[in-house]
Ligand binder design. Structure first.
Ligand code: 3PG
Length: 306
């Protein structure tokens, strides 16, 4: 069996060593396609792969059609909006993610971006503190829970909204569960986004929602760029010079944001929330184990296209 690791943004070497160990022990062959720049390279590499480990790499109908032996794709990470699930199901390919494995890394970055934002991008001027401020966690999944855990240490007052998570689960963590997304934004000084990119959430973070936030508000996005209505966020930041936007997913209109909102807008050059040795090890090795479990024993826990 051939297991391909296809990562445009590569794992840390120590994670690759761990993945190789799992694949070797199963008697399978590991093939690496890292830092590729053209889709053609991916199409060629998948041709004889039985299994693929990816990150945010796009696995669409064309890639699936080129992968004649493919049985399973594991997205080493949480969000699987980069995989065409319908095409995979039609091709009889199992798709999994590795939920929770990189959650702490993303949560730590979210808090780091909050500090960076309230300290005026470390420009030497007087900023504000997070202690005592109201933090809104938009979606209480694995990352949201880790953000809550860390934000408690900062002494923040924590609120969360999640349409799919029972209120009791949120409140059990000492977090106030609000009844609507509007209430979350109206209440909180800082909102941290942890929603997936779905048909329902795309473009949903818009002018009306953000304009509910109190003066001096900040939005932190370590989720997906697609959930942001960029044109409306630009309009809002033009109208509200108090508003700050920190993102780990560079907007399509980054140049415009950077030019218009210097000092209150920041984007990482490349999504780096999950880019730690620990997260790479956790997610990469989980992916390798899930592949072996599926190919050898038919275990389909974490399948997302059932
Ligand atoms: C995820 O969905 O797990 C994160 O967005 C991390 O994505 P990455 O593997 O491309 O860094």
């Amino acid at each position: 069996m051939k297991v391909l690791v296809a990562t445009e943004k590569p794992f840390a070497k120590v994670a690759i060593d761990g993945i190789k160990n799992v694949i070797d022990q199963a008697g399978y062959e590991l093939v690496l396609l890292e830092k590729y720049t053209e889709k053609a390279q991916l199409l060629e590499a998948v041709a004889d792969a039985d299994a693929i480990i990816i990150r945010s790499d796009i696995v669409d109908a064309e890639v699936l059609a080129a992968a004649k032996n493919l049985k399973i794709v594991v997205r080493a990470g949480a969000g699987y909006d980069n995989v065409d699930l319908q095409a995979a199901t039609a091709a009889g390919v199992c798709v999994m993610n590795t939920p929770g494995q990189n959650a702490n890394a993303v949560a730590e970055l979210a808090l780091g971006m909050m500090v960076y934002g309230v300290r005026n991008l470390y420009n030497g001027t007087s900023g504000t503190e997070l202690m005592g401020k109201k933090l809104g966690i938009h979606a209480y999944g694995n990352v949201g829970r880790n953000v809550a855990r860390i934000a408690k240490g900062f002494g923040m007052e924590i609120y969360a909204y999640d349409a799919y998570c029972p209120k009791e689960v949120i409140e059990n963590d000492g977090v106030k569960a609000v009844d609507s997304v509007e209430e979350l934004y109206s209440t909180c000084n800082v909102v941290s986004l942890h929603i997936p990119a779905t048909a329902e959430t795309k473009n949903s973070i818009n002018y009306d929602l953000l304009n509910r936030m109190p003066k001096g508000a900040m939005l932190v996005n370590t989720a997906r760029k697609e959930v942001i209505n960029e044109a409306e966020v630009i309009k809002l930041m033009e109208d509200r010079t108090d508003f700050r936007y920190m993102t780990d997913i560079m907007p399509a209109t980054h140049a415009e944001f950077a030019e218009k909102f210097a000092g209150r807008y920041f984007s990482t050059p490349k999504k780096m929330g999950a880019q730690t040795a620990e997260a790479n090890i956790n997610a990469g090795i989980a992916a390798a184990n899930q592949i072996v479990g599926f190919l050898r024993d038919g275990i389909n826990k974490f399948q997302v296209n059932k």
